[in-house]
Design a protein around this ligand. Sequence first.
Ligand SMILES: *Cc1c(COP(=O)(O)O)cnc(C)c1O
Length: 381
Amino acid sequence: MGSENRTVGDGTRAVRAGLPEPVAYEPTLPGPVFAAHYHLPGEPTGPYTYGRDENPTWTHLERAIGELEAPGDDGVETVVFASGMAAVSAVLLSQTRAGDTVVLPDDGYQALALVREQLAAYDVLVRTAPTGGDAQLGELDGARLLWIETPSNPGLDVCDIRRLADAAHAAGALVAVDNTLATPLGQRPLELGADFSVASGTKGLTGHGDVLLGYVACRDARLAARVRRWRKVVGAIPGPMEAWLAHRSLATLQLRADKQGANALALAEALRGHPAVGGLRHPGLPDDPSHPVASRQMRRFGCVVSFTLPDRAYAERFLEGLRLADDATSFGGVRSTAERRGRWGGDAVPEGFVRFSVGAEDPEDLVADVLRALDEAAPPA
Ligand SMILES: *Cc1c(COP(=O)(O)O)cnc(C)c1O
């Protein structure tokens, strides 16, 4: 799909994304290519030489993700990785050097704290600020790279990508957005001014909890080349089977994002006002602090709802009582999961804080299950 890709709807784009031109008697989506090396007579001028450098199954997936991240933009380049963290560190470590300053969120994905330590070990200076209120604006002076995560995980604060990107560019900094929670159907950071859209494909992008994957999408060929080179140097490459499964899963991305987003809103509405539930957050709730900015820059609000139960034991009883949501980490899958985030340490959240990832169940079943589990978790009066 070339330039007509700009005008079609998300569902059409998702089912056709990255498909090669039809070849008679071949499958629509070619199967995974398992190859450590390719036939290579003479000079290595062709696209596929060695399996760590390139793979045709990645190429199809990279085109597909690029079409979703920047519809109609033939200049977008996408590089897929073995995991979200492989993609995150590829950007942070390939675009910075000793003496540079990087601005990170202080409420972002947990493993960012580890990346921060690694950056510090390489003499890259790190400053942090919260996502909410565009507080990172205050840290941009002299920065080389601004890292944004919006909505933030797990707090679900949202910042204004366009505003931060404009300010960062004026200060001479590159801008990367972690687009994991929103998925490219929820927001398109490159169109909002970011230089990189980076994500874990492990979550909503692939949506079945059975694949680890990451990617970096970017419009500048020079920046993309550095990311691609980093992948070759570090070797954080996805397996062909994972890449193929991810591509296959993209066909249902719009169905899943719409259904799971609607379910998340239904669950949030049902929890609103429940006496045991505090700190309810979902960017799609009209009175959520994130809603004004989210409704300007997001096209879907994601499937994560967070809230705080009175204490740790209450939250543990609640999670144990759920029948339609597994107590498991991660998010974005078609089967609901929920967890007490505090069990990991690291996130600045209360002991009773629950991150609920809403799946594709029937909303009335899910809401009933959650309300029942909440009632049963209440301590005896
Ligand atoms: C999960 C996650 C990552 C890391 O992805 P992996 O695939 O687990 O390596 C990065 N950013 C966010 C926001 C995430 O939720």
